[in-house]
Ligand binder design. Structure first.
Ligand SMILES: [Zn+2]
Length: 214
């Protein structure tokens, strides 16, 4: 099931990359999208620790908390882009993002951010590439074919193939699963320039590595 936010985010991202003349690929240049596509002024400054950023609609200024890590700042930029695209009609002059923020809008902006930083199809392909790295037998060829169908209905095929091929099926130990996650999640996080936590959440949300990430 694909959410409306995911669809809106994907449509926005395709248009933005086309406008910038970039191909779809990680890492997604969210800073360039904010400035070059939306015409926002990107400002990094120290904010209180529990504030991630702010969007001043009327002045088109996107403020990011300089105290936070690079991956978190990128997530904030993507989150504020989400507010700009989704909420410009329904909110006031300023949205301030942190603990005290409007919850529904925050959830929507977070979903939008995850969708543009880690586009579904790119994550599928990158996951498969990461798992295939160093293998000589292309044992994941069948998973690749399942993936090419580009249909959520094939996701369970994709997952069960991964599970069987990589972990040996039902008997896979917790240690083997932990080893796989410890190997793959950081490499994907690095590739997409997001935090490991954000990548783990995204994989779960997409239903990837089901039964392995838990
Ligand atoms: Zn927000």
């Amino acid at each position: 099931m694909i959410s409306a936010i995911e669809l809106a985010a994907n449509e926005f991202l395709l248009g933005a990359l086309e406008k910038l003349g970039h191909k779809m690929g990680p890492p997604i240049p969210v800073e360039e999208i904010a400035t070059g596509v939306l015409g926002l002024k990107l400002v990094e400054k120290p904010l209180l620790e529990d504030l991630s950023g702010e969007l001043v609609f009327v002045d088109k200024v996107l403020v990011v908390n300089r105290r936070h890590t690079a991956s978190r700042r990128r997530f904030t930029v993507a989150h504020e882009i989400g507010h700009w695209v989704l909420h410009v009609q329904i909110t006031g002059d300023l949205v301030s993002c942190g603990k005290a923020s409007n919850e529904r809008m925050e959830i929507e902006a977070n979903a939008f951010a995850a969708s543009i930083l880690m586009p579904k199809r790119l994550v599928y392909v990158s996951l498969l590439d990461a798992l295939n790295a160093g293998r000589t037998d292309d044992a994941l060829g069948w998973a690749r074919i399942a993936l090419r169908r580009n249909d959520d209905g094939y996701l369970h095929v994709f997952n069960s193939l991964l599970y069987r091929l990589l972990l040996g099926g039902e008997a896979a130990s917790a240690a083997k699963r932990a080893e796989l996650v410890a190997d793959v999640v950081p490499s994907l996080a690095l590739l997409f320039r997001v935090s490991r936590e954000a990548m783990t959440l995204r994989l779960k949300k997409l239903g990837l590595l089901e039964g392995i990430l838990d």
